[in-house]
Design a protein around this ligand. Structure first.
Ligand SMILES: *Cc1c(COP(=O)(O)O)cnc(C)c1O
Length: 459
């Protein structure tokens, strides 16, 4: 069938009513939240595109799985389901459960990162880099240059690692000072951009030539696999499960937030092949997360996670997921809105520099834009720009090239009509863009400042 869009591979069995505040109420709410959409009450939000993290709708099977929770302190059968599922899908020998992705990042960074070490990666991720830096390491961005340019539509794998940048880092600081390379699949902050299979293979070979581990941040690995299937030669006729298997054959381990491609509301893990790393991780997980057979998750969480991981590999599911994101992106392009191209796997990113050229980056145009979209419509989005990037060790702001607002689509939650409403909200905001003012901090937290920072408009 030649549909305008991919129809849903599920039907609705339960609904959650939504309400929408008046414009005056929305203005009050965002002011109270310090112009930070993270600080809005969920009940004041109509359509919530803050994140796709933990906001997934679970299936009837996953809900049934919750009822099968084995809430034993140790050796829960749900843990064995989860462990086996990860081993089967990804091919790793060992799995260490954590409450979410950053729990896994904490374990990995505490074990491998030391002062004076460098951790290359394809663009930073907020929590990932925070853990590396808290352990004294230095993150080095080795993504291809095109990833930092918002309209390079001609680059199908903008998440790729630049092998020359990577190798020159190795030569400069020495392979012994690089405990691992962190490869994000897909790259969240580049706009949900994928890494090609060819690049994954090359990174693995180069890393192993120098004895450096390859650790995936595989939080969105199914989305990455879908792009490989669509865009890379030789993968059109392969199943998502087959592509995923091959992807992980180029990794020594991975951290994962189950709140994304695990289609659950909480959960995560650290996986690896290496015995010694596994030993150390199990010793540490009890300090921060819990027993190595639950790691901060309840039995029922682990059951739902195990089922969600399998459901995410369904070809129809992932096609609908990624194409729904593209539907919103295409609507915005039609409306003349500057967005990151090509459109990524989990979100549409507005280019706030182009949207609000009159606001300098020191006045946080993306933060201001997210606040305005909320005032306009009750739609909640998120800043991914100078505020998220934070400050370096010297206290200077990073001023990242990309100054973006993220419209993130939760999995299996919203309809195409909701997305039409969102597109209209953004287009209406664009029409009055000249009235939008920059912001300044009234409270700036020392780390991960975007979560709880507060602002006021610069008059
Ligand atoms: C969400 C996310 C994380 C962190 O996971 P949490 O479950 O939020 O702790 C790490 N990396 C990427 C790419 C993510 O999207």
């Amino acid at each position: 069938m030649n549909n305008k869009y991919v129809a849903e591979p599920y039907k609705v069995k339960m609904v959650e009513p939504l309400r929408i505040l008046s414009k005056e109420e929305r203005e009050k709410a965002i002011k109270k939240a310090g112009y930070n959409t993270f600080l809005l009450d969920s009940s004041d939000v109509y359509i919530d595109l803050l994140t796709d993290s933990g906001t997934n709708a679970m299936s009837d099977r996953q809900w049934a799985g919750l009822m099968m929770g084995d809430e034993a302190y140790a050796g829960s059968r749900n843990w064995y389901h989860l462990e086996k599922t990860v081993q089967e899908i990804m091919g790793f020998k060992h799995v260490v459960p954590t409450h979410q992705g950053r729990g896994a990042e904490n374990l990995l960074s505490q074990i491998l990162v030391r002062p004076g070490t460098y951790i290359p990666g394809n663009m930073y991720f907020t929590t990932t880099r925070a853990h590396q830096e808290l352990n004294g390491g230095t993150f080095v961005d080795v993504i291809i240059d095109e990833a930092h340019i918002s309209d390079r539509e001609d680059v199908p794998f903008k998440g790729n690692i630049d092998l020359k940048k990577y190798e020159s880092l190795i030569k400069k600081v020495g392979a012994e000072n690089i405990p691992y390379i962190c490869v994000g699949v897909t790259v969240n902050l580049a706009g949900g951009q994928p890494v090609s299979m060819k690049n994954l293979k090359e990174v693995y070979e180069l890393s192993h030539k120098y004895g450096i581990r390859v650790m995936f941040d595989c939080t969105r690995y199914v989305e990455n696999a879908y792009f490989i299937k669509e865009r890379e030669e030789g993968y059109k006729d392969k199943s998502i499960a087959e592509i995923v298997k091959e992807m992980f054959s180029y990794a020594d381990g991975a951290t994962m937030s189950g709140k994304k491609d695990g289609i659950v509301n909480i959960g995560g893990f650290l996986a690896m092949n290496e015995e010694e790393l596994y030993q150390k991780a199990t010793a540490l997980v009890v300090v921060y997360e819990g027993m190595p057979s639950y790691g901060g998750m309840s039995g029922r969480d682990m059951e739902a996670f195990s089922i969600g991981l399998k459901e995410a590999l369904d070809d129809h599911y992932i096609k609908h997921r990624v194409e729904q994101v593209k539907y919103l992106g295409d609507k915005l392009i039609e409306g003349g809105i500057p967005i990151v191209k090509p459109i990524g796997g989990h979100a549409v990113f507005l280019d706030a520099r182009k949207f609000l050229p009159h606001i300098p980056q020191s006045q946080y145009p993306a933060q201001a834009l997210a606040a305005e979209i909320y005032i306009e419509s009750g739609v909640r989005t998120m800043e991914r720009g100078n505020v998220s990037a934070g400050r370096n060790k010297e206290g200077k702001e990073y001023f990242p090239k990309l100054e973006l607002v993220r419209l993130t689509i939760p999995r299996r939650v919203y309809s195409y009509a909701h997305l039409d409403y969102v597109a209209e909200a953004v287009i209406n905001t664009y029409e009055r863009k000249n009235q939008i003012k920059g912001l300044k901090f009234t409270y700036e937290p020392p780390v991960l400042r975007f979560f709880t920072g507060k602002f006021e408009p610069i008059e």
